[in-house]
Structures are given as structure tokens and as C-alpha cells.
Design a binder for this molecule. Structure first.
Ligand code: ATP
Length: 269
């Protein structure tokens, strides 16, 4: 199967509120994707207000693009289909035409649906001169033809959402089909604070824990880096317990793990 996931809207389990910061991105996605899917009647008059067929999320790795795509499906009440560009081109290069047709006909049946194409650059990257695999080229052409062929009735309810860390590798023809491009940036200190608060909301941390100090000290960290930092810190008390046990200390019950303090985070950085 070349599709990495198909999830009905209620089962994704991620909402916009679970994503820290990125307020502008959420607002843009609301206008461009959620409203047209939920209130198509508002977009059916005139020529200016047309739902868009494609949106590109671009920006550094780990900034929440995949998370946004999933939350968007929840918020729009849409099914979610996810495919990964590099898997598609490496594993399935023999069957470009069949696969692309299958994907699009499957998507029409599941509409309203978000088709998330992660690493869209590997599937739909710039024409690669002599090095390009013939099959990759065919896959891309088939994909674009099927995309153009979406009937306008369907296009309101099928959104292709591409994500990439390498927007400059995208072919012009693809860029044109992804007319709305949204930059998903690394978080600044205020936004790191919002993200950290989400990760630490249910953790047992010391009352004087300086979460603002941690946000200030993590310049350049993506949301994904911050999550890894929190996981590593949360593991420290567990590690301490295991070390104690190794020294022969026996517990008749699992003691409450001690609360986290700033040192746990600093040491894991
Ligand atoms: P890549 O470009 O490497 O595919 P990405 O931009 O798609 O990365 P995600 O896969 O969405 O990034 O993020 C990785 C993980 O980092 C998420 O599962 C989530 O746990 C965490 N994360 C990233 N950004 C945020 C955020 N703004 N709020 C909450 N969690 C976040």
C-alpha cells in the first residue's frame, strides 16, 4: 500500500489547540481550508472566492507541519490521507499511472478529505535533467494531470496539502498548483514558552520551575526539539530510580517520581 495512513476525522486525536504557537498559520488554514469545507455555500458565488485546490506548508524540519495537517483534518471534519513523496517514488516506480488514478479515485470517495503529501519535493520536485528516473517523471505528470482533472464539485472537498523543508526544489508547475504557501517558522521565545507549556501541562514539575527561563535558553529549537528535550528530562527521575535499584536498593512499591526541575532540562540539552 502506497498510502501511509487513512484516518477518519474523529479518530486523529489532534486539534489546533494541541499545537502551541503558530497562530497565524492556524488562521490562514481556517480561511483557506476549513471554511470552504465546512461552509461551501459561502464560496460558491462569484469568481474571487474560490476554494483552493492546493496549499503548501514549508519551513524547517520539526516545526509542526505534519501536526498541522492532521489537526486541520480534525477541525475541517475531513478524512485524512497521508502519503510520503519519497516512499511513493522509490517503492512504486513501476505503476505510476495506476497508483495515481487509484489515489485520486479513493480520495473522491472519501471527500471531504485532506490529502497530505509529506516531502512533496521528492514526488513533485523540479525536473531533474538526465539523472531523473523516468518513473519519477511519469509519476509527477500523472499526479498533476489527475489533480487538474478533479471536477470542480470535488475540488471544494478534496484538498492537496503539501509539506516540504526544501521549497526551492519544487517544480514551477507544482508551485502553480499550490497557490497558497504558508511558512511554518521556528518558534521565538514567546512561542517556545507556549509549546513547552503544552508538553509540560500534565507533568509533575517543581513549583518554582522557571519555564520562561527554559524558553529563553532554547533559541533555535523547533517544536520537535523541545519535545525531545522534555522527554529526556522526564526520563531522568526514572533513570535515577533504576540506578538506585542497581545499587541494591529495593522498593516495596514504586516511589512517586520526584518532580522535574530546570537542571533536568539543562542537562539534557
Ligand atoms: P518534518 O519537516 O521533519 O517532517 P514537521 O514540520 O512535519 O517535520 P512534525 O512532524 O509535525 O514536524 O513535528 C514533530 C513533533 O514535534 C510533533 O509530533 C509534535 O510532537 C512536536 N511539535 C512540533 N511543533 C509543535 C508545536 N508547535 N506544538 C506542539 N508540538 C509540536
Amino acid at each position: 500500500n502506497f498510502i501511509s495512513a487513512v484516518v477518519p476525522p474523529g479518530e486523529i486525536g489532534i486539534k489546533f489547540d494541541d499545537i502551541g504557537a503558530l497562530e497565524d498559520v492556524k488562521t490562514a488554514l481556517h480561511e483557506l481550508a476549513i471554511l470552504p469545507m465546512k461552509r461551501p455555500e459561502l464560496f460558491s458565488r462569484g469568481n474571487l472566492l474560490r476554494p483552493c485546490k492546493g496549499i503548501l506548508l514549508f519551513g524547517p524540519p520539526g516545526t509542526g507541519k505534519t501536526l498541522l495537517a492532521k489537526a486541520l483534518a480534525t477541525e475541517a471534519g475531513a478524512n485524512f490521507i497521508s502519503i510520503t513523496g519519497s516512499t511513493l517514488t522509490s517503492k512504486w516506480f513501476g505503476d505510476a499511472e495506476k497508483l495515481t488514478k487509484a489515489l485520486f479515485s479513493f480520495a473522491s470517495k472519501l471527500a471531504p478529505v485532506i490529502v497530505f503529501v509529506d516531502e512533496v519535493d521528492s514526488l513533485l520536485g523540479a525536473r531533474g535533467g538526465g539523472f531523473e528516473h523516468e518513473a519519477t517523471r511519469r509519476m509527477r505528470n500523472e499526479f498533476m494531470a489527475a489533480w487538474d482533472g478533479l471536477r470542480s464539485k470535488d475540488s471544494q472537498r478534496i484538498l492537496i496539502l503539501g509539506a516540504t523543508n526544501r521549497p526551492f526544489d519544487l517544480d514551477d508547475a507544482v508551485i502553480r498548483r499550490l497557490p497558497r504557501r504558508i511558512y511554518v517558522d521556528l518558534p521565538d521565545a514567546d512561542n517556545r514558552l507556549k509549546i513547552l507549556k503544552i508538553f509540560l501541562a500534565k507533568e509533575n514539575i517543581e513549583p518554582e520551575f522557571d519555564i520562561r527561563g527554559l524558553a529563553n535558553a532554547t533559541e533555535g529549537y523547533s517544536g520537535s526539539d523541545l519535545k525531545n528535550l522534555c522527554i529526556a528530562a522526564a526520563y531522568r527521575p526514572v533513570q535515577e530510580l533504576l540506578d538506585e535499584e542497581k545499587k541494591g536498593k529495593k522498593y516495596d512499591r514504586t516511589p512517586a517520581l520526584r518532580s522535574l526541575n530546570l537542571d533536568d532540562f539543562i542537562q539534557s540539552k
